[in-house]
Ligand binder design. Structure first.
Ligand code: ASP
Length: 343
């Protein structure tokens, strides 16, 4: 299938706005609402495509994508790799453990090296907030942020939005955005790039966001992002339409933030009884990896009618295909795509 993209429905774009004028995707913070909706619309075509028996096209034939992962990843790396390959690109994975970073090379030297290999897009995961922006400023090709420290994980927020939209549509409640929806994000907000990107994305799409965490894991001043904050999980769940659970990011913790996993589960674990505090039919989300029995119980994570955790993984491939396709259009000189929009 050739990628034709989704024509811009004229009414959806503010006068003079372009569909996607950016070279890079480093965060949701850089995106306007119509740009988020545009990427989601682009991703829809790949959802259908990925359900076909033949899942290969040559939209990115001849393009080289480097997945440079300086931090461990299972689903994000695999998802970007599958996305690139289904689009027909040559995909190369660089793991920090096998790279010169371990030999003391600076981030800038690594960026310059990757650039010299003439990649057509670079996907980066890094443990430091801001590292992806730094690399983006040193290379000539589009850069996609696959998670940088505690900062942002934009494709996770986009795939979460797409999974939520599909789950609501399946119930006949679908609409373009999430106006009227209340989403409770609970867990280690302090160390979570997923939370940050989701607060921005969900609010841009009209949802009300509640944040819940033990006081030590709630970032100071996060209310300024427009979300309501709670220390009491039961109160945070009251009537919510979605419970999005987060992992305790122990690899980013310096010191003791919680007394014990057992106590954390007692106060902040999503149990069947707690789910009943939400709106009837409330949905359950988790970006993975899950720690069952800590932030979420198995009987909630595996509820077929309420948990959309595997749908999130499915939508991840479609969203990453859309992002790779859109960001490489300029370099591929795709007919009809000029300066960030279809003409
Ligand atoms: N996979 C997500 C991330 O990379 C969430 C997590 O690791 O808990 O941030």
């Amino acid at each position: 299938m050739a990628s034709t993209g989704t024509p811009n429905p004229p009414g959806r774009f503010p006068a003079g706005a372009r569909a996607f004028p950016h070279r890079d995707l480093t965060g949701i913070a850089q995106l306007e609402r119509h740009e988020i909706l545009f990427l989601l619309a682009e991703a829809e075509q790949w959802v259908e495509f990925n359900r076909r028996a033949d899942k290969h096209c040559d939209a990115l034939s001849g393009q080289t994508i480097i997945n440079a992962f300086f931090e461990n990843s299972t689903r994000t790396l695999l998802s970007f790799e599958i996305a690139g390959k289904r689009l027909g690109a040559d995909v190369v994975n660089m793991h920090a453990a096998q790279s010169s970073v371990k030999k003391g090379e600076t981030l800038i030297d690594t960026a310059v090296t990757l650039n010299a290999m003439r990649a057509d897009a670079i996907v980066i995961r890094h443990g430091s907030s801001g590292a992806v922006d730094l690399i983006a400023s040193k290379v000539d090709c589009p850069v996609l942020n696959a998670g940088d420290g505690q900062h942002e994980h934009p494709t996770q927020a986009l795939l979460d939005a797409l999974a939520l939209r599909h789950a609501l549509e399946a119930r006949g409640e679908g609409s373009e955005d999430f106006t009227g929806l209340t989403v409770t994000i609970c867990g280690d907000i302090l160390h979570s790039r997923v939370a940050r990107s989701n607060i921005l994305c969900l609010q841009a799409l009209g949802a009300s966001v509640r944040l819940c965490a033990p006081p030590a894991l709630m970032p100071a001043g996060v209310e300024a992002m427009g979300a309501a904050t709670f220390a009491d999980f039961d109160a945070a769940l009251d009537g919510a339409d979605v419970a999005m659970m987060l992992r305790l990011q122990t690899e980013r913790m310096s010191g003791q933030f919680i007394p014990s996993a057992r106590e954390y589960h007692h106060l902040y674990g999503l149990t069947r009884a707690r789910l009943d505090r939400c709106a009837p039919d409330a949905l359950v989300m988790h970006p993975g990896p899950m720690n069952r029995g800590v932030e979420i119980d198995s009987d909630v994570a595996d509820m077929l009618d309420r948990s959309i955790i595997t749908r999130q993984v499915e939508m991840g491939v479609a969203v990453r295909m859309a992002c790779l396709d859109v960001l490489t259009r300029r370099g591929r000189a795709v007919p009809g795509w000029n300066d960030g929009q279809w003409t």
